[in-house]
Design a protein around this ligand. Sequence first.
Ligand SMILES: Nc1ncnc2c1ncn2[C@@H]1O[C@H](COP(=O)(O)OP(=O)(O)OP(=O)(O)OP(=O)(O)OC[C@H]2O[C@@H](n3cnc4c(N)ncnc43)[C@H](O)[C@@H]2O)[C@@H](O)[C@H]1O
Length: 275
Amino acid sequence: MPTYAIGDLQGCHAEFVALLDTLSFDPRRDRLWLAGDLVNRGPGSLACLREAYTLGDAVSIVLGNHDLHLLAVARGSVAAKRSDTLGSILDAEDRDRLLEWLQAQPLWVDDGSASDQRTLMVHAGLLPIWSLSEACERAQEVETVLRSERAGAFLDVMHGNTPARWQDDLEGDDRLRAIVNAFTRMRFVTADGTLDFKAKEGLDSAPEGFAPWFTYSREDDPRIVFGHWAALQGQTPGARVRVEALDTGCVWGGSLTALELESGRKVSVPCRKPA
Ligand SMILES: Nc1ncnc2c1ncn2[C@@H]1O[C@H](COP(=O)(O)OP(=O)(O)OP(=O)(O)OP(=O)(O)OC[C@H]2O[C@@H](n3cnc4c(N)ncnc43)[C@H](O)[C@@H]2O)[C@@H](O)[C@H]1O
């Protein structure tokens, strides 16, 4: 029963289907982890969402920034951006069922295995100053709100870059926004837990004083699989934690990659977008 972890689909449905075919993926036997950003930018967002929904218990998902953006747009909390490709979802007859399901997804997935085998999945990363138990609790704070009647009020104020620095005594919407940003938007961070929101390119785009989140060592040492950072092209040089970067930039003309968690084998299919 292999488990395959796949990075950001971003509406690349043809490639998603091709990758599952290449893996001979069978939902009755195999398991799938999707590292968030199932939708947006690519042409097949609705099909990706439906495909993941249909896989039922065979799939585990974490929410990415584009998934959360979809939830906020659908509610009218923020306007869609010109570059968004979310219209097919918003117009779909099954939109409510799909969005309700998406909103119930977590920010982190933990395979729960014994310490040196333990594997976690997050969309962007794990804030280096958080212990695993703190990270788990903070993810649950947001998940609880998203599954409650307070969800709409939070989605109304979710977007934003402040507070950029995590502090344990943050409260209310600021606290929830800081947690969302750490799990779903982080790339470069300072040693005191301040996030940068501008640099999106490769490792040489680090602002002064900031470093990739995975280059800070941790006392615990789980394997962390993550997406979000397409410019890494699946590489994490300088990593001081055990990480696997899964977003190989399919929507940007790269490829869609699956990591078989048990063996470490990687399988990719190329982007099918016409050049
Ligand atoms: N508080 C909040 N809560 C929830 N949602 C929020 C939020 N604030 C904002 N959002 C939402 O998040 C969404 C994204 O915002 P953006 O601000 O556009 O986010 P992004 O960093 O570009 O994220 P993305 O996930 O697209 O990154 P990727 O690496 O693929 O692409 C990044 C860059 O990498 C570049 N790139 C890709 N492949 C590359 C390669 N091989 N080499 C170099 N560069 C590459 C691309 O050109 C691109 O410019 C928006 O819808 C926004 O509204």
